[in-house]
Design a protein around this ligand. Structure first.
Ligand code: ADP
Ligand code: ZN
Length: 733
């Protein structure tokens, strides 16, 4: 059909209006006019005026709402960028509705690399024309040889590679030996080759890989739980699914909980596919982020290995998501939009009609139940690959074998460390507590050092000479005298942190090479990576670490793992405590014995009879899951029932509590959903804000979102310092 020319319509046709989602906590897209000469489609990334500023936004679907012509403002720019695809837009809508977040705040997570919205400029380069230079010199010969690959080179790149000065190149160009061409931006990663380093899979691995391949080839939504003990070859197996998706020309996303620390994963991927995956996490240099974002949108990057935020990369041909360590709490984001990346990956697969693989040695109870009830397929790898055996695990009953006075390590653990040292092998001591001591008190008056803005004790960090709040970062110098009674030198450190364990270890083994690893180490992520590599290379004898060392690292010479306080995670009364402790203890003891050597895991516990300890010691994970699932079902807890937390916070306690009470009274009548509380939130005061929590509990099929929406709508107006945050499927409850 012939279209009217824009001129003939000028002044006649009202401006075309489209909805644009801007990165603001607004409930709906805003309407903007599209200038006559501008072309936009749903998904276009645009710049629009917003108040006194301009912001980037995404053109959304449907017609824009009519607005008062005098208020209507126009889109100022369309970025030269592939539009955000339909599946991604539905994903944003879905998450917004599920998590009760403003869609603009979800869209904001897509718009994280603003410099990438415009294409990177092409750079000027040089290419051989075939003409001969008037005379040959050594420098010219080297230059021609280097350039004879037929590729375009930048002037400085060629000069550098050939080891000549740029004037040599200018001379050749003047003679017509080189011509100027434009070079597109360099790809951040080379394309992966599905055949490159394919492993010969064995036994269970073949069956599991076959299942995953079928799922990918089916080109339909499915979820498969890849459940295999540590070292069984899960990664090798899901790489087959990745290869299958690549063969189909699809993009792939691999989610990892601590990607910044798992550089070894990138190398392993390279060994398998001949090229690194695109990397995505918050520690990435800005330039690299922009390139990855852009090339994911353009399709140049085929595989991304990323943290949870990689779910919001603008893939346009995504065909598989793998969630590694699917049970990991790091997948939960609790900042602005509260979401669990594992669950959202499943949603993304559903919207995009492609398979999702959840891999873990210790699956979440949710995923286990989903597989038992047939919603997810399950593939099991029951044994470690080759001659690697799982460590022998024993509990040390601390009531019978207490540590020496002032210490925290039992004689039997110390004895095993000694033997391990003598064999030239490595030990790992695990304690999930940073710093030196979790509590400092005055032995004379009993004064306890507390954070001024949080309901938490200050943690002593002896290396830094400070008392630190682990919730808000408040820190102060550790004083000599008690601020309450003034007594000098009577402050006592209570309980251990990793620094204190290190002190004890050095006392026992002064000649051993001891390393402490925790997330607050000076030098940040870079330094941690180096330390992890050094440990893998055997440059330490004894490693003392927090949960950082529990995850995904491969330390070939580590044959002893000692858990300093196996009961630590059980104490907090959270119904998920047993599951978490089981997962963490399995993971950390799984660090031992990755090669053929005999290995040992020792759990220091005051509750050796606890079902978690028994499951770990006997290696009977099934017993643990069976019991845990029965208890969840009996209590109507997830995944058999549904939960949501509503946190009301404010600058003062009465404000927070008052608002929470009124909100509770606004709850609609329902037979299947009820509201508990308000009660003080597990952390009642954080960074000076008082927090109260309502817990909404429903049945499996309850419509929690409608209930909470109605409650918020009927509830008191949010004003002053009050903030209300909804956490659907809270991590702890
Ligand atoms: P998981 O992810 O279950 O912990 P991995 O995939 O990391 O297990 O495998 C453990 C180790 O065994 C790795 O070093 C891996 O390269 C090796 N491995 C596993 N399966 C095979 C195989 N079929 N062929 C060669 N090496 C394998
Ligand atoms: Zn604090």
């Amino acid at each position: 059909m012939k279209q009217d020319s824009p001129e003939s319509m000028a002044g006649l046709k009202p401006a075309k209006i489209v909805p644009v989602l801007v990165p603001m906590p607004a409930e709906r897209p805003y309407s903007y006019a599209v200038p006559e000469d501008m072309k936009v489609v749903p998904g276009s990334i645009v710049r629009v005026p917003l108040g006194p500023r301009e912001v980037a936004g995404i053109v959304w679907d449907g017609p824009g709402e009519a607005v008062d012509a005098r208020k209507l403002r126009a889109i100022s720019h369309v970025f030269d960028c592939p539009p955000v695809d339909e599946a991604m837009r539905r994903f944003v809508d879905w998450i917004a509705s599920y998590t009760l977040s403003p869609p603009g705040m979800v869209a904001r997570m897509i718009l994280r690399a603003p410099e990438a919205f415009d294409p990177e400029p092409w750079v000027e380069g040089l290419q051989l024309t075939g003409a001969e230079p008037d005379r040959m010199t050594d420098a010219r010969r080297r230059t021609l040889e280097m350039a004879s690959d037929g590729m375009a080179w930048t002037r400085s790149g060629l000069a550098h590679a050939a080891g000549v000065s740029s004037t040599v190149i200018d001379g050749l160009k003047a003679q017509g030996v080189f011509e100027t061409v434009m070079i597109p931006p360099r790809p951040v990663v080379a394309p992966p080759d599905p055949e490159y380093g394919r492993a010969d899979l064995v036994g269970d691995q073949q069956a599991a890989a076959g299942t995953l391949r079928e799922k990918v080839e089916a080109d339909a939504f499915s979820v498969t739980l890849l459940d295999g003990v540590t070292g069984s070859g899960k990664t090798e197996v899901y790489f087959e699914a990745v290869a299958a998706a690549l063969e189909k020309g699809k993009q792939v996303l691999i989610l990892l909980p601590e990607i910044a620390l798992t550089q070894a994963f990138l190398e392993r991927f390279q060994d398998r596919f001949g090229a690194k995956p695109g990397e995505w996490h918050s520690d990435l240099a800005p330039r690299k982020r922009e390139r990855v974002w852009r090339q994911v949108a353009e399709g140049g990057v085929r595989v991304v290995a990323g943290a949870r935020s990689a779910l919001f990369l603008p893939f346009n041909d995504l065909g598989l998501i793998v969630v590694d360590e699917e049970h990991d709490p790091a997948y939960k984001q609790e900042d602005r939009v509260f979401y669990n990346a594992r669950d959202m990956a499943v949603v993304r697969g559903h919207i995009g009609s492609f398979p999702v693989v959840l891999a873990s040695a210790t699956p979440s109870v949710e995923s286990r139940v989903n597989s038992e009830q047939g919603r997810y397929a399950r593939s099991v790898l029951a044994t470690r690959f080759a001659e690697a055996a799982l460590p022998d695990i024993k509990a040390i009953d601390m009531r019978r074998a207490p540590p020496a006075r002032g210490g925290f390590l039992s004689p039997s653990l110390i004895g095993q460390m000694q033997k391990t040292l003598e064999r030239g092998e490595q030990s790992l001591l695990f304690l999930n507590r940073r710093g030196y001591a979790p509590l400092t008190l005055c032995r004379v008056c009993g004064h306890r050092f507390q954070c001024p803005s949080c309901s938490a004790w200050l943690v002593e960090h002896r290396f830094r000479g400070q008392l630190v709040c682990h919730h808000c970062g408040h820190n102060e110098k550790r004083p000599e005298a008690c601020p309450e009674c003034g007594t000098l030198d009577h402050l006592a450190a209570c309980g251990p942190g990793v620094e204190r364990i290190a002190e004890e270890v050095v006392g026992h083994f002064p000649d051993a090479r001891t390393i402490v690893l925790s997330s607050d180490m000076l030098g940040g992520v870079k330094r941690l990576r180096l330390e992890l590599e050094a440990i893998a290379k055997g440059e330490a004898d004894i490693v003392i670490g927090t949960q950082l060392v529990a995850k995904g690292h491969n330390f070939p010479n580590m044959t002893l793992v000692g858990v300093v306080d196996a009961d630590l995670g059980l104490a907090n009364g959270d119904p998920r405590a047993a599951e978490r402790t089981f997962q963490l203890l399995s993971q950390v003891t799984g660090r031992a014995g990755r090669t053929g050597k005999k290995s040992l895991g020792l759990l220091q516990t005051y509750q050796p009879g606890h079902p978690v300890m028994q499951a770990i010691v006997s290696g009977d994970a099934e017993a643990f899951y069976d019991r845990e699932i029965v208890e969840r079902e009996r209590g109507g807890l997830p995944p058999f029932g549904r939960l949501a937390g509503i946190i009301v916070s404010a600058d003062t306690r009465p404000e927070a509590e008052g608002h929470a009470r009124q909100l509770r009274r606004a709850a609609p009548d329902a037979t299947d959903i009820h509201v508990l509380g308000p009660a003080e939130a597990p952390l009642a005061l954080v960074a000076g804000r008082h927090r109260f929590r309502l817990l909404v509990q429903g049945e499996r099929r309850s419509d929690m979102q409608s209930f909470i929406r109605a409650m918020l709508a009927a509830g008191p107006k949010v004003r002053g310092s009050i903030r209300v945050q909804v956490d659907i499927d809270p991590q702890s409850f």
